[in-house]
Design a protein around this ligand. Structure first.
Ligand SMILES: Nc1ncnc2c1ncn2[C@@H]1O[C@H](COP(=O)(O)OP(=O)(O)OP(=O)(O)O)[C@@H](O)[C@H]1O
Length: 935
């Protein structure tokens, strides 16, 4: 075997990347002798140290403040995040005759984390002949610490250079104790972001090593140890999860489900997974049973599925589990076969699944949901250790998921798509791509390799399908679907036989179109899911084969009168002649636990009612506004009123969008839901799964029933309860009636009970906040105009006086004195509002100074205080939640009437509760009449 050795310095600036260098000036004889003492070492045993951010970060060298510095960093690139380095280590690459290579790391003992007495010196990592390692030693009791932590401990006291061998040994002894399993250590080492959910969501958890040689060395290290996992791969005991026992999912997936506490499948999962796995051949919906197409398609084992079920019912796993199951079972085969075919013809390996979602946040969430399950499937518990830990060796074999969406670095997404190194192959590419159509097409059209992978995808998912195919929304969808679609001439609708195939063979139809050197996958399974796929759409999807729709004539006609229905039928090339349709929506697609309610009020009072609701019923509330301008107006007003709110809309930077979502999701230190508001446009209406959202408020009505359903579905998820409140102004009444009609609603929803005396007390606060906002705007505008003028004057080298005002400017004529006056007024209003906000609201008839003087009411309040039931901000009322309030009014109509009268609401002559402005107006009239009488 001819060997040709070369020494290299490797560098990487990727998260989790390493920088190996021997660039130290080693002119001394000491250095020379150190070189002589070098031997081949396991890279995972080296004492890597974390690379810290440049000192500008601390000094603000790149800007005025530290945050300025961070703002100047391009976070879309990798900067120094996660980089680790080591000096004085040689990376030696040796080529063999057969084309394989070996990589070894040469270093002296003092470069290791500890003494190497326990571990055998690592042999050269050999691609061709992996060396079987010793069985994994038992874990020690001491808790494992990540390498970075230990390495930074060392850094704190001295540089590696200056440390004596003994010091290094002492500093790393603790780590050495803990890291008895070298490959778990390696996994910690190479997956520093693996502990952070966000990183996983963004796809950072992969072995994201930029340097090929280094990563290959790690890969080999991992591969060598993979054989150790066999005992953990034991059969799953179905008694642990009896409700899942009828679904033959991979044992590790069942372990993950148990670990996540998903004790039984949700109904959509229960009904759709059997079709996807090929267990059930009749369509789930009974009306399909007489359909000859169903019989025809029974020859096909694994079915295409169209799933419709209410929001929050677990649709992600309904399509995710069959995909993961396929990939878990076929992982090794797929990679092995892909590498074979690649070496022969250089054909890109097929993609496992392509999941298309309408929003960026949803792509991240779907990816995170599936990654979570994949990670949970890799948990192994040691007999000595109660706590299960992730086996990174297992994780390496599991499907990799990458997100492709706008607003984030395209370059990084490209790199993530390459995936990590795996058996017998170089980077085999990720298995699952979760993408928004825009960015995916942008990347695909310039990348034949990616296009070829997509073309062969085994699964295609359209999540929120109705939205995805909405006319004019995702022009790029058409291009992507064209990639995976077979030629139109081969579609079943043209009457050609032979499209149905059982089994999973991907190479049995030679006549299909070829481009990019590959054919679309004849066995691709298509999953289409949404909470709002209309019945008509489902029926037509089932009958699509009967419709002669693919002639060019019809195609052009469709373009003119296209509907969502036609779009979906025309665009998706189901391989299954009659996809299984599982529709579990009883009618409107709203979750069972949702309590809908409304408040009718004049438009200018919406802010007041919103504030009332948010103050009276604290919790996690999602407020939908129709426009970005609306959000920009409301955010500062709520902030003035001390309501913690985070905006989210499409014009916000993606980083900020995600940050705001995270803040909204966050729990406080004691693990409780924080009282906060997410102010959102419909960018957050679909799919987002945020735990414990108690209220959804439609500040403005959506323009379609589907959007109303999706917005409302952000609460009452996964079997929980929640409230959806619509604020309806008079001009929205027609729209509301249309929405109700579209949802097939016969009776209107209940009006939310409002305590008008409390509302009146809040009016002053809201009016002040609005005035402050207006004044601030004016002041800002004035300052902006002044600055502009001053700048022009400065550039022209002119002196400015009060008279030098642009006569055409709207604020023209305002003197400095006037500006000063305005500022003083603004400060005064702010002070007044602060004083109001500092004092809790006191309900009528109650004095918080002289509790005992307020009789029964006061003593009841004291009782409530003692038993912790009183409202924090409104004295005299109990801390009830909106659901209880609504329920109690609905359950006790008689009591409700009484109470409403007591609270100031007026019932009209039809016995219905009057809407708020009506009530307020009538009350005003009544009071005036009484006043006149008494006079
Ligand atoms: N079998 C299960 N048991 C318990 N909880 C589950 C199960 N499957 C999924 N979930 C949980 O249910 C929640 C909602 O799931 P998911 O987001 O998939 O709903 P969805 O139907 O896609 O909602 P939407 O229509 O709004 O997109 C998630 O938090 C998920 O973890």
């Amino acid at each position: 075997m001819a060997k040709e050795a070369s020494s290299s310095k490797a560098r990487s600036l990727a998260p989790g990347g390493k920088h190996v260098g021997n660039g130290r000036t080693a002119s001394s004889s000491k250095a020379a002798s150190r070189k002589q003492n070098r031997k081949s070492v396991d890279p995972t045993k080296l004492a890597w140290s974390t690379v810290h951010l440049p000192s500008e970060a601390q000094s603000g060298g790149a800007g005025v403040t530290e945050s300025d510095f961070f703002n100047t960093l391009n976070w879309n690139d990798d900067d120094f995040m996660g980089l680790q380095e080591i000096d004085d280590v040689d990376v030696v690459q040796e080529s063999r005759d057969d084309g394989s290579r070996t990589i070894s790391f040469l270093a002296s003992d003092n470069k290791l984390k500890g003494k190497q007495t326990k571990a055998k010196p690592t042999p050269k990592l050999d691609f061709a002949e992996p060396v079987a390692l010793k069985k994994k030693p038992k874990k020690k009791q001491l808790k494992k610490r990540p390498v970075e932590e230990v390495a930074s401990d060392v850094d704190e006291h001295a540089t590696l250079d200056s440390l004596q061998d003994a010091d290094i040994t002492a500093a790393t002894e603790e780590f050495d104790e803990a890291a008895s399993d070298q490959y778990e250590t390696a996994a910690d080492f190479t997956l520093p972001a693996a502990e952070g959910e966000e990183a996983i969501a963004a796809g950072d958890s992969d072995l994201d090593l930029d340097d090929d040689d280094l990563a290959e060395a790690f890969r080999n290290a991992h591969e060598l140890d993979l054989q150790d996992d066999e005992e953990a791969d034991a059969e799953f005991d179905n008694a642990v999860l009896p409700a899942w026992s009828h679904l033959p999912l991979h044992a590790d997936i069942k372990r993950a489900l148990a670990q996540k506490g998903f004790s039984k499948p949700t109904e959509i999962q229960n009904r759709s997974i059997p079709f996807a796995l090929g267990l059930q051949q009749d369509a789930a919906s009974s009306d399909d049973s007489d359909d000859a197409a169903a019989a025809a398609s029974s020859s096909r084992k694994k079915r295409d599925v169209i799933g419709v079920s209410q929001t929050g019912s677990g649709k992600t796993l309904a399509y995710g589990l069959p995909i993961l199951n396929y990939l878990f079972e076929n992982a090794e085969n797929a990679v092995a076969s892909s590498s074979r075919s690649r070496s022969a013809e250089d054909v890109p390996p097929p993609l496992g699944a392509l999941i298309l979602c309408p929003t960026r946040e949803l792509t991240l969430q779907v990816s995170s949901h599936l990654t979570d399950l994949v990670r949970a499937s890799c948990l192994v518990s040691d007999a000595d250790d109660d706590e299960a830990e992730i086996s990174h060796k297992k994780l390496l074999r599991r499907p990799q998921i990458a997100v492709v969406c706008g607003g984030m670095s395209e370059q990084k997404q490209r790199r993530l798509l390459e995936g990590r190194f795996r058996q017998g192959d170089r980077k085999a590419g990720v298995d699952i791509i979760v993408a928004t159509p825009g960015r995916l097409w942008e990347m695909t059209r310039l990348d034949d390799h990616l296009a070829a992978r997509i073309k062969q995808t085994r699964f295609l998912v359209l999540d929120e399908a109705d939205r995805m195919v909405e006319v004019g929304h995702f022009a790029e969808m058409e291009h992507i679907l064209n990639l995976v679609n077979r030629s139109e001439a081969r579609r079943p609708s043209e009457g050609k036989e032979g499209q149905q195939r059982g089994g999973d063979s991907d190479q049995d139809d030679e006549s299909e179109v070829e481009s990019h050197g590959v054919k679309p996958n004849a066995n691709m399974q298509t999953f289409i899911f949404s909470a709002t796929l209309s019945k008509a759409l489902q029926v037509n999807l089932k009958r699509r084969r009967k419709v002669q729709q693919f002639t060019k004539k019809r195609h052009s006609k469709r373009k003119e009168n296209a509907t969502t229905l036609d779009e979906l039928m025309d665009r998706v090339d189901f391989r299954d002649e009659s996809p299984a349709v599982i529709d579990l929506t009883p009618g409107q697609g709203l979750p069972e636990g949702l309590m809908e309610t409304k408040i009718e009020c004049v438009g200018k009072d919406k802010d007041l009612y919103l504030y009332y609701f948010l103050l009276r019923y604290p919790g996690r509330s999602l407020v939908f506004v129709n426009s970005i301008d609306g959000i920009r107006r409301l955010t500062p007003i709520l902030a003035q009123l001390n309501v913690t709110c985070y905006p989210i809309h499409s014009q916000l930077q993606q980083k900020q969008r995600l940050k705001n979502l995270d803040r909204f999701r966050a729990f406080n230190r004691s693990g409780k839901v924080t009282n906060c508001v997410l102010l959102a446009t419909d960018v957050a209406a679909r799919g987002l799964d945020i735990p414990s959202v108690e209220h959804v408020v439609h500040y403005q009505l959506p323009r379609s029933a589907d959007t109303y359903v999706h917005r409302s579905g952000r609460t009452a998820r996964a079997g929980r309860t929640g409230v959806s409140l619509a604020l309806i102004e008079p001009k929205e009444k027609t729209l509301w009636a249309q929405l109700c009609r579209a949802m097939g609603r016969k009776t209107d929803i209940a009006t939310f009970p409002v305590t008008f005396s409390t509302l009146a007390l809040l009016r002053e606060r809201v009016e002040l906040a609005l005035a402050i906002d207006k004044q601030t705007h004016e002041a800002n505008k004035q300052a902006h105009d002044d600055n502009w003028l001053a700048k022009l004057a400065e550039e022209a080298d002119l002196a400015m006086s009060d008279d030098d005002v642009d006569p055409d400017a709207p604020t023209a004529g305002r003197s400095r004195a006037q500006n000063g006056k305005a500022a003083a007024k603004l400060n005064e209003m702010k002070a007044k509002l602060s004083a109001l906000l500092a004092k809790p609201i006191t309900t009528t008839g109650l004095s918080h100074r002289y509790l005992t003087a307020t009789g029964l009411q006061g003593s009841a309040w004291v009782d409530d205080m003692i038993s912790n039931r009183s409202h924090e901000q409104i004295l005299g009322v109990q801390n009830t939640n909106a659901q209880t309030e609504l329920q109690s009014r609905q359950v006790q109509p008689a009591k409700k009437k009484q109470k409403m009268v007591k609270e100031g609401a007026v019932t009209n002559n039809k016995g219905k509760t009057a809407s708020a402005p009506q009530a307020a107006g009538k009350k005003g009239k009544v009071n005036k009449q009484q006043k006149r009488k008494s006079e």
